[in-house]
Design a protein around this ligand. Structure first.
Ligand code: ADP
Ligand code: GLC
Length: 475
């Protein structure tokens, strides 16, 4: 089976969030099952060139704005599966992955170059697997190409939704020169007078998937449907929900090279060292008995920061430390800064994207991990937390609902604490409940061990993807 996996971010090359973790881990897991899965991503200027191999593919002919643009493609095995990185300095040398006025142009070029590449290599994928709106262009183009290009006649498409709220909107006038000016492509893109790359992907792909079962249901309703729920309802027989896995080669407290001391279910003592190390890193007092509540996330409304803002005082009153790592909206960065200044001995913050080591150190050193998300397609940090004996406190939405279970003190079952209503009160109640059990070490140990025993490896997810690819190929 041949799968071309397209993604705008991939670990270890470029990352802003969980999509990169998934696009890095899934191909590796598929390869272990004999799938010939190859990754395609843009060659951003911030990518460390030392991970690239010397073999360069020159002069891939990409049709762009009425001309052929010869494009260079680099290769790398650093993700554990072959990766192709598309060079286009005029598009990919900006110092951030997203957020440019011409993002639609950048990723339309990426999509077109990815298809040109597989044809140039004469490597015919069974399925082109696109992820999120930047790959919506490839889904639309492939459907069009099947009408006139023999090479793509039998190539199928899967479009995975990691976040329905990012819709890749742009001025519909640009559809003409991007090559999508005529029906049915134009219709696929049109959304409320603008063009949307996400909508084009949702309509043009042969099949759709999302990253948890719960989210696949939620996006069929108006509350989480982001205006596109009607498409997901109409195509529900082609919509799968496959929960993401964890790459335990990278996220494993027994072997993690970034953390102060390794630990395991058999011996948790290293976690205390990790906690002291974490307190040191954030300039907080060495008080290991005091619990640490942590959060690592993009600073956006999705992640529930409004609830944290409303509860800042009450959280401090519980007696816990709070440690936050995040990059994003100025409103939330300013809030974190003010909160830190008002309680320097209790609130530790890092504003910005810190890369992998600090994220691992927080997972290892914290006692509790807070994810009060308004919505969460899957969420990875709750799964990382459980493996690191850090107890998740989550809002029961999307993948958080699928992967965390409530602690039941009578049965001794459950891996965390969940609240349902998106309000500060229920969140604070769960924080207090977690802190109560933190002070009952036997119960706490039980929750930690339950979480560590969870198997969220990519194994199950990879098998589900293989089944899904087989179904798509048979369409
Ligand atoms: P999302 O994809 O919505 O951002 P996920 O929970 O799926 O949420 O994945 C987030 C990933 O990004 C995790 O690997 C997390 O550790 C990482 N991450 C988020 N913010 C930062 C940051 N500021 N610095 C370092 N890593 C971060
Ligand atoms: C998105 C979602 C997150 C998910 C990640 C990987 O960024 O917000 O919930 O875990 O993609 O699928």
């Amino acid at each position: 089976m041949r799968i071309a996996l397209l993604s705008s971010e991939v670990v270890p090359f470029a990352k802003t969030g969980g999509l990169a973790d998934v696009a890095g881990a899934l191909p590796k897991a598929l390869s272990k099952h004999g799938v010939d899965c190859r990754i395609v991503l843009p060659l951003y200027s911030q990518i460390d060139r030392s991970v690239l191999s010397d073999e360069i593919i020159e002069d891939v002919p990409v049709q762009w704005r009425g001309q052929v643009r010869p494009t260079r493609i680099f290769q790398s095995d650093a993700a554990g599966a072959p990766a192709y990185l598309i060079e286009a300095p005029d598009f990919f040398s900006a110092n951030s992955i997203y957020g440019h006025a011409n993002d639609h142009e950048r990723f339309a070029f990426f999509s077109r170059a990815a298809l040109a590449l597989v044809k140039h290599l004469d490597w015919q994928p069974d399925v082109v697997h696109g992820n999120d709106w930047p790959c919506g262009f490839a889904m639309a183009e492939l459907r069009a190409r099947r009408r006139y290009d023999e090479f793509f006649k039998n190539v199928k498409t899967l479009f995975s939704i990691h976040n329905l709220a990012y819709q890749g909107a742009f001025n519909a006038r640009d559809l003409w020169w991007l090559g999508f000016g005529e029906s049915p492509e134009k219709d696929a893109f049109m959304l409320e007078g603008n063009a949307s790359a996400l909508k084009a992907g949702l309509l043009a792909a042969d099949a759709l998937s999302t990253v948890s079962r719960r989210y696949s249901q939620e996006i069929q309703g108006s509350e989480q449907g982001a205006g596109l729920d009607w498409i997901l309802r109409a195509r529900r027989d082609r919509l799968a929900g496959i929960t993401n896995g964890v790459d335990y080669e990278l996220w494993n407290p027994e072997t993690d090279p970034y953390i102060a001391a390794n630990f395991s279910t058999a011996d948790l003592s290293g976690k205390r060292e990790c906690k002291l190390d974490l307190l040191r890193r954030f300039g907080l007092p060495q008080e290991p008995e005091r619990p640490i509540i942590a959060i690592i996330s993009r600073l956006v409304a999705q992640k529930g920061y409004d609830l944290i803002k409303q509860s800042a005082g009450a959280i401090i009153e519980t007696g816990a430390f709070f440690i936050a790592l995040g990059a994003g909206a100025k409103e939330y960065e300013d809030f974190l800064q003010r909160w830190h200044e008002s309680a320097t001995n209790r609130v530790g913050i890092y504003k910005g994207y810190a890369g992998e080591p600090l994220a691992h150190q927080i997972e290892a050193g914290a006692d509790m991990f807070l994810m009060p998300s308004y919505y969460e397609p899957c969420g990875l940090n709750q799964m990382y937390s459980m493996r690191y004996a850090t107890v998740p406190i989550v809002r029961a939405t999307g993948g958080l609902d699928d992967t965390v279970t409530d602690f039941d003190p009578e049965e001794g079952t459950g891996t965390g604490f969940r609240f349902r209503e998106y309000h500060a009160g229920p969140m604070l109640d769960k924080i207090r409940e977690a802190l109560y059990f933190y002070n009952h070490p036997d119960a706490w140990r039980k929750i930690q061990l339950n979480g560590m025993a969870m198997d969220n490896s990519w194994e199950a997810a990879a098998q589900n993807y293989i089944k899904l690819y087989e179904e798509i190929i048979a369409l």
